[in-house]
Design a protein around this ligand. Structure first.
Ligand SMILES: O=c1[nH]cc([C@@H]2O[C@H](COP(=O)(O)O)[C@@H](O)[C@H]2O)c(=O)[nH]1
Length: 394
């Protein structure tokens, strides 16, 4: 009963989306997913929706802070005008929007949930497993149901020594192929930030810094990679903590700066309308009061990277190892910073989603003759007829 209602809502959502949003779901796999009634309703009525990932819950922090943080992020999204849609695979079913019980289950599972990137999705579904989605998998599912904005803490990137190991997160290739805007606090300095930016450029991804010229490094506000600034680490430029290990010359540019949620909304809108097909990375610096401990955390990162090498911890085990080891070494300071920046990103992401919904509502109102239903959303006449027809035929 509920699933048929959801599937009807999903169908309606498809009919009622602005034409450009349909680009986000050219093939139909949404029937294979469980969309929560609240998210389905929000999507079908054009309300702003923000996707949230689940690896940060299962692998990013310990219980019970993970559960508390997941709940708080959802609450922040709501307070700032959007509906949260946390995404995970539960018992083999991709779920878009989790109940409190689902969140509890995922938080309890912790690292027993499989860290699920794009490549792992089919395996987790076919074995009816529990998968915590990374940025790449969350973007995939968000795009399939038409959610244009997704909030995370930090994306994966090119690992240090990636030029030898080819350890490059699938988050970067996903950004190159999926038109979802990702809000993150930049890239953690456990990674090679200049090479990560290079790779995103190769993938054609628009990287936009939010109210700063300097690409942020997750725990710190600055990475040393600046807007419209080309520089070389060989000539002594202070590239901050993150890049201190790079011994060669890299051209780093963050060519786009945005200052308000409205700027972000216009950028997303242009990206979709131009059918570029690529994602956008919004890099939002950690709030100032939490970035003070950056140097302390950086020292811990250096030590943790050394330990990972000694213990031969590589591949998708490396990021969780580094995160938890850095947390131990900083006596919890890195966890507090991590939570603070996640909350900040949730706030910014929800405001962007609200601005985008408003922009689209305004454009639709200006460009077409529209019907207003219940004062909630604007509908075109043919869509309204189809809507009534679908309701009457079930
Ligand atoms: O600061 C963080 N970076 C990255 C992750 C998670 O790790 C994934 C990247 O993992 P990998 O490097 O194995 O691609 C991201 O998509 C995200 O889910 C995280 O929790 N915290």
């Amino acid at each position: 009963m509920v699933s048929s209602a959801i599937s009807r809502l999903t169908n309606l959502h498809r009919h009622l989306l602005p034409a450009d949003s349909k680009l986000l779901e050219s093939d139909d796999v949404s029937g294979l997913m469980k969309i929560s009634p609240e998210v389905a309703e929000a999507l079908s009525s054009g309300q702003p929706v923000v996707a949230l990932e689940s690896t940060v819950i299962s692998h990013g922090m310990p219980y019970p802070q993970n559960l508390e943080t997941a709940k708080q992020l959802e609450a922040i999204v709501r307070v700032n005008g959007a509906i949260p849609a946390t995404i995970a695979i539960l018992d083999g079913v991709p779920c878009i929007g989790l109940s409190m019980e689902d969140l509890q289950k995922l938080a309890n599972l912790g690292t027993r949930a499989q860290k699920t990137a794009r490549r792992d999705i089919a395996h987790v579904v076919s074995t009816r497993g529990n998968g915590a989605t990374t940025v790449s998998a969350t973007m995939f599912f968000a795009s399939k149901v038409g959610i244009p904005i997704f909030v995370t803490g930090g994306i994966g990137g090119v690992h240090r020594h990636g030029e030898n190991t080819l350890d490059v997160s699938s988050d970067l290739t996903e950004l190159g192929r999926t038109p979802v805007a990702v809000v993150s606090a930049g890239v953690k300095s456990i990674l090679d930030i200049p090479r990560t930016l290079e790779y995103l450029e190769t993938q054609g991804v628009c990287v936009a810094t939010y109210a700063t010229n300097d690409f942020p490094a997750f725990f710190t506000e600055r990475s040393g990679c600046q807007e419209e600034k080309v520089f070389s680490c060989l000539d002594g430029f202070d590239r901050s903590f993150s890049s201190s290990n790079n011994k060669f010359c890299v051209e780093d540019r963050v060519p786009c700066r945005v200052d308000t949620p409205e700027d972000c909304a216009r950028l997303i809108d242009a990206n979709v309308k131009l059918r570029l097909g690529t994602g956008i990375l919004f890099a939002v610096p950690i709030p100032k009061e939490y970035s003070a401990s950056g140097r302390l955390i950086e020292d811990a990162i250096q030590r943790a990277i050394g330990e990972a090498r000694t213990k031969n911890i590589t591949g998708n085990a490396e990021t969780p190892f580094l995160l938890s080891r850095v947390n131990e070494l900083t006596g919890g300071a890195s966890l507090a910073s991590n939570i603070a920046l996640l909350k900040n990103n949730a706030r910014v992401g929800a405001k962007i989603a609200a601005a985008l919904a408003q922009l689209r509502g305004h454009q639709n109102g200006v460009q077409h003759g529209l019907w207003r239903t219940e004062g909630v959303r604007l509908i075109r006449l043919p869509e309204l007829i189809r809507y009534i027809f679908l309701l009457s035929t079930g």
